[in-house]
Design a protein around this ligand. Structure first.
Ligand code: PMP
Length: 378
């Protein structure tokens, strides 16, 4: 046969999550931690590396890590599920609570994996867009839930890519209004310091997602976890891949979790850096900045994708371009970096915008010093 039978027809128009592998000197596009693991942790790990059993399959449930996470959150190991990054756990939730004939309530603009995983699993999606300030439209959400046909709700909290959190009272109203599984995605919890954990006992349909990728410098190893009712966790174990979290990742994540106090200073530095970015951007008259509780800042600026290109090509600063995403016209998202990276980003934006102003005074055809203004057609 010289032909290939087509894949499932639902995939035809599905655009894969675009984790663009673009390299730059200043990488502020993926909400990663600006620093590698602290040297003292790496040293302890390397001292014991020769004893590591690479030849054995991993512990399927990551028992050690699970116990540590349970204890830190006042829960039992049966309330914890560790996954290959938060991404895998979102997918598992849609495998178990979504699927053909089932419905996800999504609150865009938000983390795009919710919608992508829904499509992959054949889950129908009901979208209730956020308002111009990216607040959740509580009234419409509660009215829609009262119809009783939503199976799973996903709320990014803080919301990626907008940075804001929903009022706790609204989240409680949502939990009271439905028996759907409600995922409160706290991937950025360490920066917002806001958690729905105290509401778990009263609401068995609440699941909370956390990750080691942001505050704990481990995006490269892929470790995330869920806190949830034990019945929910037990359903999810039916759909998950048994060895999805490799033993090396389990070992490193457990060491990091034991030493997590070491990360507190860097978390505070990132929160301070967030203020610097917000302050710097809001002092630029062309820029609108949205308040953030996470380790990134969303901002709106005219001709955003031209600015994105100029930052990358002329300043080697990579941020994330959301300017073509629905509800995010002319928006870019910058991750909080080190102090130097934040300064370099702010200086680059200042320079591009002042060239833009100069070229506007001279007339639209003028070129910037780097020759991009005319090319990009501001
Ligand atoms: N949830 C949200 C809101 C995110 O922004 C991310 C990372 N971009 C994730 C979950 C998944 O993180 P990871 O798979 O790295 O744990």
């Amino acid at each position: 046969m010289k032909s290939i039978r087509p894949a499932r027809p639902e995939l035809e128009y599905l655009v894969p999550y675009d984790a663009k592998d673009i390299r730059a000197e200043v990488m502020l596009a993926a909400n990663e931690h600006p620093s590698n693991l602290p040297g003292e942790i790496v040293e302890k790990l390397s001292d014991r590396l020769s004893e590591f059993r690479f030849n054995r399959y991993p512990d399927p449930m990551a028992s050690k890590l699970r116990e540590l996470i349970a204890e830190a959150n006042g829960l039992e190991p049966a309330n914890i599920l560790v996954g290959n990054g938060g991404d895998e756990l979102i997918f598992d939730i849609l495998l178990a609570w979504g699927g053909p004939g089932r419905t996800l309530l999504d609150l865009p603009p938000t983390f795009s994996m919710y919608g992508i995983d829904a499509q992959v699993t054949g889950t129908e999606v009901v979208r209730i867009p956020r308002d111009a300030e990216f607040e959740v439209d509580g009234e419409t959400v509660l009215a829609r839930l009262s119809r009783g046909d939503i199976d799973v709700v996903m709320i990014s909290h803080p919301n990626n890519p907008t940075g804001n959190i929903a009022p706790e009272t609204l989240l409680i109203d949502i939990l009271n209004a439905t028996d759907a599984l409600v995922l409160v995605d706290e991937a950025y919890f360490e920066f917002s310091r806001h958690t729905m954990r105290p509401h778990m006992e009263r609401h068995p349909n609440l699941v909370i997602l956390r990750t080691f990728s942001k505050a704990f410098s481990l995006a490269g190893l892929r470790v995330g976890y869920l806190l949830g009712n034990e019945e929910v966790i037990s359903e999810l174990t039916k759909v998950r891949q048994p060895y999805s979290v490799d033993s090396f990742a389990q070992w490193v994540a457990a060491s990091v979790f034991r030493e997590r106090v070491v990360f507190q200073q860097a978390i505070r530095d990132i929160m301070r850096g967030r203020d610097t970015l917000m302050h710097g951007l809001s002092s630029m008259e062309e820029v609108t900045v949205f308040p953030s509780e996470a380790n990134f800042v969303l901002f709106r600026v005219e001709h955003a994708s031209a600015l994105w290109r100029d930052l990358l090509h002329n300043h080697s600063v990579l941020v994330r371009d959301f300017s073509r995403a629905p509800g995010l016209d002319d928006c870019l998202r910058v991750t909080v970096g080190s102090d130097q990276e934040n300064e370099r980003f702010l200086a680059a934006v200042t320079e591009v915008l002042s060239q833009r102003r100069a070229s506007q005074i001279l007339g639209n055809g003028a070129h910037s010093r780097h020759g991009t203004v005319g090319e990009l057609g501001y």
